[in-house]
Design a protein around this ligand. Structure first.
Ligand code: ZN
Length: 250
């Protein structure tokens, strides 16, 4: 039994609608022919155990020296983010978070921005409490200055231990983008070991320690440091992420 729409097609004349495709079928085929689109982004990284450091006025100043011999670009220091950037996330589909992120980090080099995108995306660092000292460690940059997908970036992430107030340093490396190469993991592991060696060789190092990252505590937050005026972005700090002095309830 013929279908109605086929009948109509057979009666076509000069007044037929121009939208009618002369050879196409409006029947749903048994299999839909789909064109696939895909983008595989691969981000990876490694962090070391923590190294407890003797706290003091020089603790922060020492951090860039821990990249000496490994850095292949300028060594940049990324400070913890103050409260106005507490939602900063490198996710462009979330404009409010993305704008905060850009406002916080547009001053940094392409290498450091790439490092922050990779390492924040995989949660290897958290600028709510980490100070991050960063450089290119291996591989090439493109003509715009951004690391290639197999370039290794990283350095030292430091935070203040909530229990003791000591500074804890971790070696951090990361890489990634539109591609992956088999030997990058091995290169990253070697660089991580090199960074950790540098940290342990520092005059203020007291030895390896288990890393307990600061945990959320309900009802606190937005604390302003009485020593340096830094407004902490997270609700967890006993110690000012910026200067390491004990925070007091505002
Ligand atoms: Zn402070």
């Amino acid at each position: 039994m013929p279908l109605d729409f086929l009948k109509r097609k057979n009666t076509s004349d000069a007044a037929a609608p121009v939208t009618a495709a002369p050879t196409g079928s409006t029947m749903l085929p048994e299999e839909v022919v789909a064109q696939d689109y895909i983008l595989k982004l691969y981000y990876a990284g490694k962090t070391s155990e923590g190294v407890r450091m003797k706290t003091g006025p020089n603790a922060m100043v020492e951090l860039p020296s821990m990249l000496v011999g490994l850095a292949k670009s300028e060594i940049e220091v990324v400070d913890p983010l103050p409260i106005e950037f507490s939602q900063a996330t490198p996710t462009i589909a979330r404009p409010s978070e993305a704008m905060q992120w850009l406002n916080a980090h547009h001053v940094h080099s392409p290498i450091t921005r790439h490092a922050l995108v990779v390492l924040e995306s995989i949660d290897a660092i958290d600028l709510a409490f980490d100070t991050f000292v960063c450089s290119l460690l291996d591989g090439e940059i493109d003509t715009s200055g951004y690391p290639e997908y197999n370039a290794v970036i990283g350095g030292i992430a430091a935070h203040w231990d909530e229990a003791t107030g000591d500074m804890i340093c971790r070696a951090v490396v990361g890489w990634g983008g539109r591609g992956v190469r088999g030997d990058t993991d091995r290169i990253g592991a070697k660089l991580l070991a090199g960074l950790l060696t540098n940290v342990l060789a520092n005059q203020y190092a007291m030895g390896l320690t288990a890393v307990e990252r600061p945990m959320p505590a309900a009802g606190r937050g937005g604390l302003v440091c009485g020593h340096c005026g830094f407004a902490s972005a997270h609700e967890r700090a006993f110690y000012c992420p910026k200067c390491g002095m004990r925070l007091v309830r505002g």
